[in-house]
Design a protein around this ligand. Sequence first.
Ligand SMILES: *[C@@H]1O[C@H](CO)[C@@H](O)[C@H](O)[C@H]1NC(C)=O
Ligand SMILES: *[C@@H]1O[C@H](CO)[C@@H](O)[C@H](O)[C@H]1NC(C)=O
Ligand SMILES: *[C@@H]1O[C@H](CO)[C@@H](O)[C@H](O)[C@H]1NC(C)=O
Length: 210
Amino acid sequence: MSLLPPRSICVCLHVLVLYFQLQESQQTVADFRRYIENHTRNSEDLSRKQVRIYQLYSRTTGRHVQILGKKINANGEDGGKYALLVVETETFGSRIRIRGKESNHYICMNKSGKVIGKPSGKSEECIFIEEFLENNYTALVSAKYKGWYLGFSRKGRPKKGSRTAQTQQEVHFMKRSPKGAAEWSEDFRFTPVTKRLRRARRLKASPHAG
Ligand SMILES: *[C@@H]1O[C@H](CO)[C@@H](O)[C@H](O)[C@H]1NC(C)=O
Ligand SMILES: *[C@@H]1O[C@H](CO)[C@@H](O)[C@H](O)[C@H]1NC(C)=O
Ligand SMILES: *[C@@H]1O[C@H](CO)[C@@H](O)[C@H](O)[C@H]1NC(C)=O
């Protein structure tokens, strides 16, 4: 049995300490991840969502998106009961679910790009991401199928997601309060403005900028 030189002992100890530190930090990371998961799950149960009611005015039809049930079109009259939309926004980000107040069906887009109303909005197919465009219109892109937008033809029929693009008028909307409903105006104070849009406005306001 030979004695180890002191330097080797030192290195061994060092490796041992490093090993325990690593174990500990991995444990902490795992705990933290579980905490985040738990917290996220809980916050979904508690309604940390923001809910707004408005109409979606279609640029192509000059009318409003209406959810009749399974069927959805953009031929709704201003103030029509099927055109009243309950929009649920998650606390963070711009992911939304859109439900018809009257029909209780959600706007969803399936794998074929078809726009359909579904009684449950749980699926990722029923989540859209709001995009605020430079022209002040809003576009809604599927959270599941990247690049597929909610859009309506001139006749008000839903367009297949795969045939849409952000630049088409068919996918441009304006959020509007229902006709003669002054109490809804409250909702519009919270209409988000993108940084880009704000900057564009600032630049326009001060001719010396840029
Ligand atoms: C997360 O939830 C599980 C079971 O629901 C629980 O056992 C665990 O202790 C929780 N972890 C944290 C860090 O809250
Ligand atoms: C999408 O919905 C349409 C209309 O309901 C249906 O005909 C089609 O089969 C669906 N596609 C998929 C992949 O579920
Ligand atoms: C967008 O709206 C702002 C004010 O709300 C206005 O100043 C600007 O001209 C609008 N832009 C377009 C392209 O209509």
